[in-house]
Design a protein around this ligand. Structure first.
Ligand code: ATP
Ligand code: MG
Length: 441
């Protein structure tokens, strides 16, 4: 079978056989040398887009004016890009023009040295015009050329710097880092969608807590999520939070999440206490710190933040919901069975359990609510949490009721009886309905 790797190698051979140079380029070379599985295998070639299209008819020429053709082989799309030099930049994001040129020039236009490597699949030789190999070995992220100039050309590279430093767990070289800090305010030139994509990749990296620190220390987070800055130094009651302020608490939680934590969970952890700074009060009498209603306000703030970054509606909804409910985990042991079952039936519940687990683990160390819920999950495992209703609106109509707002309330009460285990059969439920209607009139 054709794999993405063998597809790229096959295409490279076909290009070579026609007299062109064809190298694996950029991220896939970096990842292969690091022993990581590359996300995709990109080719760089001396063939022009027209020549690539002629060799691989029916390919997708989207981006051909930038020298990029997408060639499908064995079901795998491979980006085939002509060696090029980027012209000058005026909007801080895109080159005004591109000129087809040499492998060396093509390496120079790339962002970081570790992203500027080529690999010749014919000889397995690494071709390095930018010192990328030694930076890879030293685990250093370094801009190619003059850092400030490269970030001025394209401000997205500011986010990419933090993203690669985080996902690769590399140190950012000093001059590169200083340029990121200096030019952080120019991130405003980048669309929210592009910022979001880089931010998400930082947050799902195992080193996400360090990534957050880099976003804060660089000044980048001030440009797209300034709310987080207010959590730094936001004091909490020491008896519940021996670890310290809201930022510290949150970053410890991020560190405690598993390597493959889903994005919604990472976002919910990051934002779960986002409304603590604006709701913080200090009691004049006893000096106690309180945060009244921070969960409800936090849900609103989280939704605002994620909407601003153009996250999909489902993500916004789930994260906001998780933030709104995270304090309720403290009360689960006092909930009636029906309420508890409804609480646990949410599609977000497993992610909320994990949020709650790290919330406690990073602060007071309590595990009783978590253990209780795990025990309840086992107890309820062989029955649906919310079973089919025993009675419906049709039964109410048959009993002579006219449809209206009272319907919903009665059916909700019937469900409560069922969830509590007090109604097991349809006959019981119908009898309960009759009695309920009689007692109302
Ligand atoms: P990954 O695929 O894991 O995100 P990658 O390094 O392959 O990492 P891509 O965005 O796929 O990143 O880009 C492929 C290559 O194109 C990069 O390795 C880099 O050489 C170059 N590149 C991408 N974006 C930029 C940019 N904004 N400025 C300069 N070079 C870039
Ligand atoms: Mg890539």
């Amino acid at each position: 079978p054709v794999t993405p790797r063998s597809a790229a190698n096959d295409l490279a051979r076909r290009l070579r056989d026609s007299g062109f140079i064809a190298y694996l380029a950029g991220g896939c070379v970096r990842d292969a040398l690091l022993g990581r599985e590359p996300k995709d295998f990109d080719l760089a070639t001396s063939a022009t887009p027209a020549e690539v299209l002629k060799l691989f008819p029916g390919s997708n020429e989207v981006g051909a004016h930038f020298g990029v053709v997408i060639v499908k082989h064995g079901g795998h799309p491979t980006e085939v890009a002509t060696f090029r030099t980027d012209g000058s930049y005026h909007d801080g994001r895109h080159p005004d023009s591109v000129t087809f040129s040499t492998p060396e020039d093509d390496a120079q236009r790339r962002d970081f040295t570790v992203n500027g490597l080529f690999l010749d699949p014919a000889s397995d030789e690494v071709i390095d015009f930018v010192g990328g190999r030694s930076d890879l070995e030293a685990r250093t992220l370094r801009a190619i050329g003059v850092p400030a100039q490269r970030f001025e050309e394209d401000a997205l590279r500011l986010m990419r710097a933090v993203r690669f430093a985080t996902s690769l767990d590399f140190q950012i070289e000093t001059a590169t880092w200083e340029a990121v800090q200096t030019l952080a305010p120019t991130l405003s030139k980048v669309s929210p969608e592009r910022i979001r994509d880089e931010f998400s990749r930082i947050l799902v990296s195992p080193q996400r807590a360090r990534g957050l620190d880099l976003l804060v220390d660089s000044g980048l987070i001030a440009e797209f999520m300034p709310e987080v800055l207010a959590t730094i130094g936001c004091e909490q009651p020491p008896q519940w939070h021996p670890e310290g302020d809201v930022y510290t608490h949150t970053r410890i939680m991020l560190d405690m999440l598993g390597e493959h934590a889903p994005l919604e969970l990472c976002l919910a952890v990051l934002l779960h206490d986002i409304a603590k700074p604006p709701t913080q009060t200090v009691d004049e009498a006893d000096g106690r710190i309180r945060f009244n209603g921070h969960d409800a306000l936090g849900a609103e703030m989280a939704a605002d933040i994620l909407r601003r970054l153009r996250y999909p509606n489902q993500v916004i909804e789930d994260v906001s919901f998780m933030v709104s409910r995270h304090m309720q985990f403290m009360n689960v042991q006092q909930m009636r069975t029906a309420k508890l079952k409804r609480f646990m039936s949410s599609s977000t519940f497993e992610r909320e359990m994990e949020l709650h687990r790290v919330d406690c683990a990073s602060s007071n160390g309590f595990t009783d609510n978590y253990d209780f819920l795990q025990q309840k999950e086992e107890e309820f495992a062989n029955q649906p949490l919310i079973p089919e209703p025993l009675v419906t609106g049709r039964d109410l109509i048959n009993l002579g009721m006219t449809p209206g707002p009272a319907f919903k309330e009665i059916l909700q009460d019937a469900q409560t009886e069922q969830l509590e285990g007090r109604l097991a059969t349809r006959e019981d439920a119908l009898a309960w309905l009759k009695q309920r209607l009689e007692s109302q009139t």
